[in-house]
Structure formats: C-alpha cells, structure tokens
Design a protein around this ligand. Structure first.
Ligand code: SF4
Length: 318
C-alpha cells in the first residue's frame, strides 16, 4: 500500500476535479479493459489528476507508471514521430530531406531520451519518455539497446525507400488529408466519443482514400483499430467506405499490404464498440459522473500479464 492513501476504499469523485474525466472509448482502452480490469482502473481512473502537484501520492505514482513505455514501443513512437516530420516537410515544401537527415535526427532523439530516462530525471515530467526498463531496473545488455537503435534505423531507411513515399514524392495526383496530430480525434457512438488516431491519409485524384499505418513491429495492429480509422475517415470526410483502404507498411520488412473492409465488417465493428462501452459502463459506481471504485475492477488471474505491466509496482503492494 502506498503511504498516505486509503488504497482499498479509494473512490474517485472525478467531477470535483478541475479537468473532467469524461467517459470515452478507444481501441486501446478496449485492449486494456480486456487484459486486466485492475490495470484499466489504474490507467483511466486511479492515475487521473496525478499530473497535479496537489494530488495524492498514489495518483501521482500511477500517473508516472501509466506513461512508461518499453524499448520496442519507444522505437515505434520515435520512428513515427520522424515520419510525421518528414511528411509535414513534404506537405509544406514539396520536398523530402535526405535519409541521412532523418537517421541523424532519430539517433539524436534516441540518445537524448535514453540518457534522460536512464537518469530518471524525467520521472513525472509529462513531456518526457520514461522507459519501462529503467523504471523497473530491467537488465538490458548494451547489445540489446544497440539492436533497438538498429531497428529504428532499419525502419526509417525502409520508410524512405517505401513505395508509398516514392509515390508521394513523384506524383501530384493526390491530396494529403491527415498527418497525425498530438490530439486524437473521435467519432460518436451512441453519445460516447470513440477516440481514434489516424497516422496518415491521402486521397488519390481518382477518389480512393488510403489510410497508412506505419508499423515498426512484427505484428499487425488489432483489426478493430484499423476499422475505427475507416469509420472515422468515412464520417469526417464524407467518404464511401468502399473507397477507403488501409495500407499497412511493415517497416521492419519493407512490405506494404492494402486492406479494405466491407459494410458488414464496419457494422460489426460498431456493434463490438457499443458492447465494449456497455461492459465498461456497467462497472462504474456512477455512470453520470464517470465515477469508478477500485473494488469493481479485480486483478487478472493471468500472471503473465503482470510480468510486463506498467502498474506492477503499485499493484503488488495491495
Ligand atoms: S500487475 Fe497484474 S493484476 Fe496488477 S494491474 Fe497489472 S496486470 Fe493487472
């Protein structure tokens, strides 16, 4: 138990806080909810307000743990940030700087963030990256950190030589619709905001819209995530879903695959989201104020989940 907190009986009256913890949905939230109810509670309720100096010790601790990212996720985030930068440059200047500029920027970010994380000086600072490995003192060989760097370099090299970037640089027959912004966007599902992030989307002059997912890992994203992107783009830009495709660029392997979804799949996705929202809401102590009580969110029995859980430190004390 974290000192100074009445952990087990803690109920968060969220409406009383300055920023309102509004109930919303996202595919990430759905995955966390499915993995472990307690983890879901920590992530969306227990850590709420932990960025404020005046908040209690437990909320602050959970907020720090919530932001942890392991080295694989970190590589993905940094590569995606560099890709975004290149695409913004392309949009504003019509040109792309040489690969060497990207690799140098990326390496610089990696060095700076790694040092800061290692020193734990960034702990609790919202704009900084704190690596799971450093927070939990996981032994990682120098060789493994080098591999993480090499992975980032491979991904950015493959992005620069990708068919997608080649097309964007050589053709004028398209319009860039989206380059991911910091703030996620949403579409409504029966009065609930369903948040989604669209990494990049462009529309060809023939009418086809392509949503591009830059994947730096081995596995493809959850289909529900991709479906949400299609639903959002269809609604936001008034596009026929038949004319929207998802292009998954596996940057590690330099492959690109295009997927389309039919109306039945999109409807099934909506129904899955609605069911997921209901399952989440039913566990709330008070739906109107989005108030949650820890007792309603049990720990998982699957201990393999705990081994890589950001909240292990706090959770194991209870
Ligand atoms: S440590 Fe295990 S039980 Fe606790 S929140 Fe994480 S996954 Fe759930």
């Amino acid at each position: 138990m974290v000192p100074g907190t009445n952990f087990n009986n803690k109920v968060f009256s969220l409406a009383a806080r300055k920023l309102k913890n509004e109930f919303s949905w996202s595919s990430t939230r759905h995955v966390i909810f499915t993995e472990c109810r307690r983890k879901y509670y920590y992530h969306y309720y227990g850590s709420w307000g932990g960025w404020e100096k005046s908040s209690d010790d437990l909320s602050r601790e959970l907020y720090v743990l919530k932001g942890l990212v392991n080295r694989h996720g970190w590589v993905g985030a940094l590569v995606n940030r560099e890709i975004k930068r290149v695409l913004n440059e392309l949009r504003s200047t019509g040109k792309v700087k040489p690969l060497a500029v990207s690799t140098s920027r990326l390496s610089q970010y990696m060095r700076t963030e790694w040092r800061l994380s290692k020193s734990l000086k960034c702990r609790g600072k919202s704009k900084s990256t704190l690596l799971y490995e450093h927070e939990y003192g996981v032994e990682v060989e120098q060789e493994q950190w080098r591999e993480a760097h090499e992975r980032a370099m491979t991904c950015i090299r493959n992005f620069h030589s990708s068919r997608t970037l080649g097309y964007l640089m050589s053709s004028r027959d398209y319009e860039i619709l989206v380059i991911e912004k910091e703030k996620p966007v949403f579409f409504p599902i029966k009065g609930t905001k369903a948040y989604v992030n669209v990494p990049f989307a462009f529309k060809r002059s023939g009418g086809k819209t392509v949503i591009v997912e830059w994947n730096t890992g081995e596995n493809s994203p959850e289909p529900l995530k991709s479906l949400c992107r299609v639903i959002y783009m269809g609604e936001k830009y008034d596009l026929d879903p038949h004319n929207i495709s998802i292009r998954e660029c596996k940057l590690l392997y330099n492959t690109e695959e295009e997927l389309t979804f039919n109306l039945r799949e999109l409807q099934a996705a909506r129904e899955e989201i609605e069911a997921s929202i209901q399952e989440m809401k039913v566990l709330l102590s008070e739906e109107e104020t989005n108030t949650a009580s820890i007792e309603n969110f049990p720990k998982t029995d699957d201990l393999s989940m705990c081994e890589r859980c950001n909240f292990y430190k706090s959770c194991s004390k209870t």
